[in-house]
Structure formats: structure tokens, C-alpha cells
Design a protein around this ligand. Structure first.
Ligand code: HEC
Length: 161
């Protein structure tokens, strides 16, 4: 085999390996034709965490503005994304530590339901601590979350009016 061809095959092969990380190929067992293959997108762990980071920040701004409906929505988004991590990233050993965020998140949810700003701030700090605690035990301690500073979200209004 020509070296150039071997090189091309190598590129194609490693390209496939990379793709497999985020996509799954589904195939109808009765039909093996190329056309019947569907590539399903599988979101990455870091990608879903990045979404959680956004919801976590927006939750803070909503709470600060006593916009409880929006705060409840952001909590719902976090919960949904955590469920997605459990579903799409089952094989990652870190996923089993995800439950440690459930109780702190539930406490924030209760503070929002009670429209209690003091409780909200306290439980939000605990929630943020649990993010960092999980990063620490999964050896991602260099990813540190904090209570958001002044706004990266110039494009969304957080007050009720
Ligand atoms: C399983 C326990 C766990 C919990 C709980 C957790 N994380 Fe993570 N987080 C991880 C792991 C593991 C990674 C690295 C993922 C990867 O492989 O890219 C990560 C990565 C991140 C990243 C980096 C994403 C990127 O690609 O740059 C951010 C931001 C983040 N987490 C935010 C949060 C926030 C905010 C919370 C709390 C609301 C939280 N995480 C709770 C485990 C956790």
C-alpha cells in the first residue's frame, strides 16, 4: 500500500474515532444500506455543564430581581440538563456523583417557591458549593464556580417589569 494511502486511511480512521465521542450511529437491522443510517447527536459532558453554568448564573439574576417565575424556570432547566447527563453520559464514572447536587438544588427550589430572598441567597451559596465539591472529587477542581458578579447577560431582562 502506498504511504499516502495509508496516511489517508489513518486520518479517516482517527476522524471516525473522534466522531464516536459525540454521535451514535443507529441502523435498522432489516436494512443494511448506507441510506438507512441515522446519525444521532450525543451531547458531551462538558457541553451540558456549560449549559448548567448559564442556567446557574441566570437563576441568580432572576432571584436577585425577585422574578420567581423565571427563577423556577432556570431550576427546571438545570434539572432537565442533569437528567440529560445521566441519560447520555451514563458510562462516565463522574456521572455517579451527580446526585450530590440534588438536595442543594431542591433547597433553592423551596426558597423560590416561598419567594424568600434570604433563603434564596443562602441556598444558592450551598448549591454553588456543591458544584465545586463535585468538581473537586472528580479531579476538575480547577473549574471553580462562584456567585455571579455583574452581568454577562446584557441581552436578557431579569426584572419582572
Ligand atoms: C458529577 C458532579 C458534578 C456536579 C454536581 C457539577 N459538575 Fe460541573 N463538571 C463536572 C465534570 C466531571 C466536568 C468536566 C466535564 C468534561 O469532561 O468536559 C464539569 C465541567 C463543568 C464546567 C466546564 C465546562 C466547559 O466545557 O468549560 C462548568 C462551567 C461546570 N462544570 C459548571 C457546573 C455548575 C455551575 C455546577 C453546579 C450547578 C456543576 N458544574 C455541578 C462534574 C460536576
Amino acid at each position: 500500500m502506498k504511504p499516502a494511502l495509508i496516511f489517508l486511511l489513518f486520518i479517516a480512521f482517527t476522524g471516525c474515532m473522534h466522531q464516536q465521542d459525540k454521535t451514535t450511529v443507529m441502523q435498522n437491522s432489516n436494512d443494511t444500506s448506507e441510506n438507512n443510517r441515522t446519525v444521532i447527536y450525543k451531547p458531551g459532558f462538558g457541553e451540558m455543564m456549560e449549559n448548567i453554568r448559564l442556567y446557574h448564573a441566570k437563576l441568580w439574576y432572576a432571584g436577585q430581581n425577585r422574578n420567581w417565575k423565571l427563577a423556577a424556570f432556570e431550576i427546571h432547566e438545570i434539572t432537565e440538563t442533569l437528567d440529560d447527563i445521566r441519560k447520555y453520559q451514563k458510562e462516565r464514572k463522574e456521572t455517579r456523583y451527580l446526585d450530590m447536587i440534588d438536595l442543594p438544588l431542591e433547597n433553592v427550589r423551596i426558597s423560590v417557591e416561598q419567594k424568600d430572598s434570604v433563603k434564596f441567597e443562602k441556598s444558592y451559596a450551598q448549591l454553588t458549593k456543591s458544584c465545586n465539591e463535585c468538581h473537586r472529587i472528580t479531579y476538575y477542581e480547577f473549574i471553580k464556580m462562584k456567585i455571579p458578579g455583574k452581568g454577562p447577560f446584557g441581552n436578557q431582562q431579569f426584572g419582572v417589569n
